[in-house]
Write a protein that binds this ligand. Structure first.
Ligand SMILES: Nc1ncnc2c1ncn2[C@@H]1O[C@H](COP(=O)(O)OP(=O)(O)OP(=O)(O)O)[C@@H](O)[C@H]1O
Ligand SMILES: [Mg+2]
Length: 606
């Protein structure tokens, strides 16, 4: 392999007669004047005499390269020529010498370029593509740090691991995960969360699809490849285990909640401001709303006494400041909706406890409710962390609250580009802009980067880009990352699970394939496999229960039935039990003999 054509400080061409180049592989250029720089293959092509190079319309080579190939002795019309475009990694101040020899490096020669931190110190997300040739020269301890998933099977690691130096997020915070449908975002997000949980870094996951459960091992992994996350995460349903403590709401937060789905009108905003006071419980605020509506209608309720009467009179006094009946009705309707979602029945305490114990809290619920609740919780926990840090800064002692990472899929619906101002957008924007100071990071996945708020996109210092087909989204990616034109051209064709990581932390865009997740989403199983598994499990339980009771005799139902029912935990009739025995006999599992009161069913070896 040798350098041909015109070279620049950034790009060179390498030609070879006998070796095909692999996309993304790293080659070493023997040019000692420039300390033997390395380059990554960003485009490759092979030619033979049947496809004359000079007449082809060609993206990689131009006339100059062809002339250069001829000049160094290639007979381009007669032999096969493999050509690669290399992008130089790192900076060199003068162009590489043409004619320099090029070879595959050993792992040791490029380890600094590929591995910033050891697997134990970072997030082991996958393999670096194009590094297969380095595997054999890599130290043994790096050869078995992850499992891959290829062609529906778990496979061995074959390349250099990609280890993300997450501690550098202190300087370059936040992660964006972009890619079209089925490109591997959710799978990748799962791997990212798993790695953070291993450290452990506390986290908060919004899970509208009920898929972020980490208790089930990925099928096909060997026991030593599995990892037990069961004590690293907790699942919470919004409106059941977790909610909002109404008494904790200040007027701003209440406005935020009421306006989280659809922005409050100016009149509503004003009315909530007049009606709500810091001490209100849900009941007292709700009564105010009720009596304000009556006051505005002008119908005095009969038989009002005591506290109720007082509220009504208070409402009469302030009704002019509140405005119109329709406004208060609108507020009542929204409040009632939140109440019926169960939002005020519990509080955020379980989530706070989970984070303080270093765990990841997974919040579940319908997307709309999660949007509202997620924004409220992000805001609340972010403030807790900020208050603590600010207190430390001032030399005061505040209540400790840990740094944490927020993860969400479908992120564009939380921080949508455009004028619509929602609490979730405001909160995510604030955290995107200032979270770094407080150690609060966000990890946002979306199919539609073009729809994500610009300020938020710009703050995502690490972008993980999967297959993307829409030109709008590709344009945003081109603008917001350091992907070169060659990489951008490849975006629509990436296989699921392959991605580019463009990050201030890695310094250059790195092509990776995500590792096999160590856990699987409950929906990750093929529904037909699930059915087969269910029935085989069910069969297994039944058979082992029966087996322990054998021999079973007709006439002895009163003894066997209750025992079998106890083992199975459900009722069963004598008819069903004997039908089952007949089935086992037909399957050759058990033996049938004549006995005193009818048939006797027993195991073969008894
Ligand atoms: N790292 C990977 N290795 C092997 N296969 C993968 C990998 N990532 C994804 N896949 C395959 O691609 C499929 C789709 O991935 P995933 O569900 O993550 O897509 P997605 O981008 O979240 O799609 P959607 O936007 O529709 O939710 C997975 O079920 C899996 O079969
Ligand atoms: Mg998904």
């Amino acid at each position: 392999m040798q350098v041909v054509g015109v070279t620049t400080q950034q790009e060179i061409f390498v030609a070879s007669r006998d070796r095909k180049f692999e996309i993304n592989e790293i080659l070493l250029i023997e040019d000692s004047e420039r300390s033997n720089p390395c380059g990554e293959v960003v485009e490759t092509q092979s030619f033979n005499r049947y496809i004359p190079l000079s007449t082809e319309h060609n993206a990689i080579v131009d006339e100059k390269v062809i002339l250069a190939l001829k000049a160094v002795g290639y007979e381009i019309d007669k032999e096969e020529i493999n050509l690669a475009k290399l992008r130089i990694i790192g900076e060199i101040s003068t162009p590489v010498s043409v004619g320099s020899k090029v070879r595959l490096p050993d792992f040791g020669e490029v380890s600094d370029l590929l591995l910033q931190v050891k697997p134990q110190q970072g997030l082991t997300l996958g393999e670096i593509r194009g590094t297969g040739s380095l595997f054999s020269t890599m130290p043994g301890e790096l050869q078995k740090v992850l499992a891959m998933y290829e062609g529906n099977r778990v496979a061995l690691q074959k390349s250099v691991p990609f280890v993300f130096n997450y501690k550098a997020m202190n300087e370059y915070p936040h992660i964006g995960i972009f890619g079209g449908s089925g490109s591997g975002k959710s799978f990748g997000l799962r791997v990212v969360i798993e790695e953070f949980m291993k450290k452990p870094v506390p986290g908060l996951v919004l899970d509208p699809h009920y898929e972020m459960d980490f208790s089930r091992d990925f099928p096909g992994l060997k026991p030593e490849q599995c990892y037990n996350y069961r004590d690293r995460f907790l699942l919470f349903s919004v409106g059941r285990e977790v909610g909002v403590n109404f008494e904790d709401l200040d007027t701003g937060a209440l406005k935020g909640l009421l306006g989280a789905g659809e922005q409050l009108t100016e009149a509503m905003d004003n009315a909530v401001g007049v009606l709500h006071s810091r001490k209100d419980s849900y009941t007292s605020f709700n009564s105010k709303i009720k009596y304000m509506m009556l006051a505005l209608e002008g119908t005095e309720p009969e038989g009002l006494a005591g506290a109720e009467r007082k509220i009504y009179e208070a409402m009469l006094k302030i009704k002019d400041r509140v405005g119109h009946l329709a406004t208060v009705r609108g507020i009542a309707w929204r409040l009632n909706n939140l109440f019926h979602e169960g939002l005020f029945a519990s509080n955020t305490r379980p989530i706070e406890d989970a984070l303080m114990a270093g765990k990841t809290a997974v919040l579940r619920g319908p997307l709309k409710l999660l949007q509202i609740y997620g924004a409220y919780v992000f805001d609340r926990l972010y403030k807790k962390r900020r208050d603590y840090r600010d207190a430390c800064q001032k030399g005061e002692s505040g209540d400790w609250f840990p740094p944490f990472v927020i993860y969400t899929d479908e992120a564009h619906s939380f921080a949508m580009k455009g004028d619509r101002d929602t609490l979730s957008k405001r909160v995510i924007k604030t955290i995107a802009q200032e979270g770094r100071k407080y150690g609060v990071n966000i990890c946002l996945a979306t199919q539609r980067p073009a729809l994500l708020d610009d300020t938020v996109t710009a703050q995502l210092n690490t972008k993980i880009i999967f297959r993307t087909v829409r030109s709008h989204d590709i344009d945003v990616i081109k603008e917001e990352t350091d992907l070169g034109p060659e990489e951008s051209r490849r975006l629509p064709y990436l296989n699921s699970g392959n991605a580019f990581i463009s990050s201030a932390i890695t310094g250059r865009a790195i092509p990776i394939r995500f590792r096999c997740a160590s856990t699987v989403s409950p929906h990750g199983i093929n529904p037909f496999d699930e059915l087969a598994e269910y029935f085989s499990d069910h069969e297994q339980t039944l058979w082992s229960a029966v087996r322990e009771l054998l021999p079973i005799e007709e006439g002895g139902e009163h003894i066997f039935l209750p025992l079998l029912e106890k083992k199975l935990g459900k009722n069963i009739t004598a008819q069903e039990m004997f039908a089952l025995m007949e089935k086992y006999v037909a399957e050759g599992k058990i033996l049938k003999e004549k006995a005193l009161f009818g048939n006797k069913y027993l195991l073969y070896n008894k």
